[in-house]
Design a binder for this molecule. Structure first.
Ligand SMILES: NC(=O)c1ccc[n+]([C@@H]2O[C@H](COP(=O)([O-])OP(=O)(O)OC[C@H]3O[C@@H](n4cnc5c(N)ncnc54)[C@H](OP(=O)(O)O)[C@@H]3O)[C@@H](O)[C@H]2O)c1
Length: 331
């Protein structure tokens, strides 16, 4: 077992001075890192930040499994990359999560890095499975079930699990009295709740898994124009000051490139600078600071997303809803 992955105490939610920053790219953070022989699973690894993540990991020598809800598109987007394989997975469909995980477990292989980059944002009210709100179900419950089902394959002593959240977690904490938005759906608050859930998931998973040397991180990747914005009407993006009426970027400096956007998740998954740490929220390739309440720039992590009691409560609820829990005695 790689003892450098172990760590029994909580990691401080403060910058470590990694030397990287908002303009660092996935390639920058992987310089000198050799991932030969490592296996990564990257959900959403065929679009936006996930695609750049897959490219960077493969360049560093890893083999990458990309589960896709559109396998044909995934194969097209990943054509020409050696060391990548695709499979079918719809995170909004628990049966599909089970089928993907069972297929992977049957292969007998182990996972060194799992990056949950798939997600949807601010969609019109959509129901999936047993009537679950789609953003909570896809962004959180799908990844929750995936990690728990894949747990027997997650390599002890060094594996990392990365939950791609967002500064949008500032929009909303857990809406405990109506987690599925049955009353008064708000697309941005629902995205915020799902992204808070992504952080709480990493907090509790890290607590449960760290004795095995498996560590979990959550992060905000930055603001990057990708297909994630597909559900936003053009007028809304104009009103937010992102683009003009002709679709041109108004403030190119205000956005990261996909290569920069992928950097923090790649750093989380691979950096030796994070050895022995976990359960923290990252941004710009460093551990973030606790947020100043109602800060306009939404920098740092809100207390509601790091609260260990809420993290345990979300774990319990997610296990109940999905029927999966790799840690029944502790979870
Ligand atoms: N871009 C940003 O500015 C930004 C900012 C903060 C946080 N984030 C987070 O970063 C992550 C990646 O975003 P992105 O910008 O790379 O978006 P993207 O280009 O839209 O990629 C998202 C990926 O998730 C996949 N996906 C969506 N629903 C799925 C489902 N039910 N099952 C399986 N896969 C599914 C998509 O597949 P299809 O292509 O087949 O739909 C796509 O491959 C998301 O979690 C997002 O919340 C992004």
């Amino acid at each position: 077992m790689n003892n450098s992955a172990m760590g029994s105490s909580d990691t401080a939610q403060h910058k470590i001075g990694s030397g990287f920053g908002p303009t660092s790219t996935a390639e920058d953070v992987l310089r000198g890192v050799d991932l030969t022989g490592k296996l990564a699973v990257v959900t959403g690894g065929y679009s936006g930040l996930g695609l750049e993540t897959t490219r960077a990991l493969v360049r560093a020598g890893a083999r990458v499994v990309v589960p896709a809800r559109r396998p044909d598109t995934a194969r097209e987007n990943l054509a020409g990359l050696d060391g990548v394989e695709t499979d079918e997975l719809d995170l909004g469909d628990q049966e599909s999560v089970r089928a993907f995980a069972d297929g992977f477990l049957a292969s007998g292989r182990t996972i060194d890095l799992l990056i949950g980059s798939a997600g949807i944002m601010a969609c019109p009210e959509t129901r999936v499975g047993p009537g679950w709100e789609a953003q909570f179900a896809t962004n959180h419950l799908g990844h929750f079930a995936l990690v728990n089902r894949l747990w027997p394959a997650i390599e002890p002593g060094g594996a990392r699990i990365v939950s791609v959240s967002s500064r949008a977690h500032h929009f909303a904490g857990m809406r405990w009295d109506d987690v599925q938005w049955r009353h008064g759906y708000d697309k941005w608050a629902a995205y915020g709740q799902a992204k808070t859930a992504n952080v709480l998931f990493a907090v509790h998973l890290d607590k449960l898994a760290r004795d095995r040397g498996v560590r979990a991180f959550a992060l905000h990747p930055g603001g990057i124009l990708t297909p994630l914005q597909r559900h936003l009407p053009k007028q809304e993006m104009v009103e937010r000051g992102w683009i003009d009426e002709d679709g041109n970027l108004l403030d190119p400096e205000g956005f990261k490139s996909p290569e920069q956007g992928a950097a923090t998740q790649v750093w989380a998954a691979t950096s030796p600078q994070l050895a022995g740490m976990g359960g923290v929220y990252l941004e710009d390739c460093d551990i973030a600071e606790p947020a100043v309440e109602d800060a306009e720039d939404r920098a740092g992590v809100r207390a509601w997303a790091k609260d260990p009691e809420q993290a345990a409560r979300l774990w319990e609820l997610s296990a109940e809803l999905t029927g999966v829990n790799a840690f029944p005695a502790q979870g």
